[in-house]
Design a protein around this ligand. Structure first.
Ligand code: ADE
Ligand code: ZN
Length: 340
């Protein structure tokens, strides 16, 4: 184990965070700060009252608060401050690369210009390597509970403004909004040279995972935990090593699983699935990536080798160029040797 000064402290596991909604990093303190800066009245008297709302019964109950809280994001500076706060905290927890999702439609719908949200987030990302040692990519996620035409319109606007996006994603209310609804959107994104990812198998059925692969040609699945209900699908995902960006604390808080002890991540790892650990919406679910690892380790036997494999999976499954992947994989290797 590496030593740091007087005490012996395990160094943070170096990881890539591949499933992170930037709007889900908006902490209650920043919500109040931005409301004051923008002269907005919040429907809560203080942070403690706001915190009482963070009890979720399912995905939709979380999404309602998540979208409401976005009201405080008005200016480029607001988006940049939120993004910078995440990058700093993520770097402290061992994140070395992040592929940040943002929800442009959620902002455009409430009258914020596309340029404001994209430029605000992108400006903080553009200095992340120098400021925090964290490389970044930006992914525009589309809201699956809105019509496909709305998503297509926003994608065309993003392309026309040359937005610095590496790919597109698909999020929001899953059940009843199947992958088949977005075939044209994903075809257009592929044609434009963009990477493609989609949430599937979080609350929705395992068939949404295979349909995302077959109909949308996605390169990664966000969540994917319900694949465990379909043995044939598991075999396919193992054979094709499809990356599944799993978010354990999110799954507990949104009641996709009962407790962390019931979480399928260890079984997924044992099955040979290409899984990584991610935070999803850390301000809402009680933890950044390092806290997801810490809580998992408290209830599951995850060896140093398992942790290194989860970290290596995250780096290999990223959209990074090969030389940065190699550098980060070497860091994981050094972490493993020091931790053993
Ligand atoms: N948007 C933000 N977090 C999400 C999640 N966990 N599932 C679907 N959409 C989301
Ligand atoms: Zn998510």
């Amino acid at each position: 184990m590496e030593t740091f000064g007087e005490t012996t402290t395990p160094a943070a596991l170096p990881v890539a965070e591949l499933h992170l909604h930037i709007e889900g990093t908006l902490q209650p303190e920043l919500i109040f700060e931005l409301a004051e800066r923008n002269g907005l009245e919040l429907p809560y008297t203080d942070i403690d009252e706001l915190r009482t709302k963070y009890q979720f019964t399912d995905l939709q109950s979380f999404l309602d608060l998540y979208y409401d809280n976005m009201a405080v994001l008005r200016t480029e500076q607001d988006f940049a401050d939120m993004t910078r706060a995440y990058l700093k905290r993520a770097a402290d927890g061992g994140v070395r690369h992040v592929e940040v999702m943002m929800d442009p439609q959620a902002h455009v719908q409430r009258g914020i210009a596309l340029e404001t949200c994209v430029n605000g987030v992108a400006s903080a990302l553009s200095t992340s390597v120098e400021e925090f040692g964290v490389s970044t990519l930006l992914i525009a996620a589309f809201l699956r509970d809105l019509p496909e035409d709305d998503a297509l319109e926003v994608l065309e606007q993003l392309l026309a403004m040359n937005a610095p996006i590496a790919g597109i994603g698909l999020d929001s209310a899953e059940v009843g909004n199947p992958p088949s609804k977005f075939e044209r959107l994903f075809r257009r994104a592929k044609e434009a040279g963009l990477h493609r990812i989609a949430h599937a198998g979080e609350e929705g059925p395992a068939s949404y995972i295979s349909d995302s692969l077959d109909l949308l040609d996605v390169e990664r699945i966000d969540h994917g935990i319900r694949c465990m209900e379909d043995e044939t699908l598991v075999k396919r995902l193992v054979a094709e090593q499809v990356p599944l960006t799993v978010c354990p604390l999110s799954n507990v808080r949104l009641r996709a699983v009962n407790t962390l002890a019931d979480h399928p991540l260890p079984a997924m790892l044992a099955a040979g699935l290409n899984v990584s650990v991610n935070s999803d919406d850390p301000a809402y679910f009680g933890g950044y990536v390092d806290e997801n690892f810490r809580e998992l380790i408290a209830v599951h036997e995850l060896t140093v080798g398992d942790r290194a494999l989860l970290a290596a999976n995250s780096i290999r499954s990223s959209f990074l160029e090969d030389d940065r992947k190699e550098k980060l994989l070497a860091e994981v290797h050094r972490w493993e040797i020091a931790a053993e």
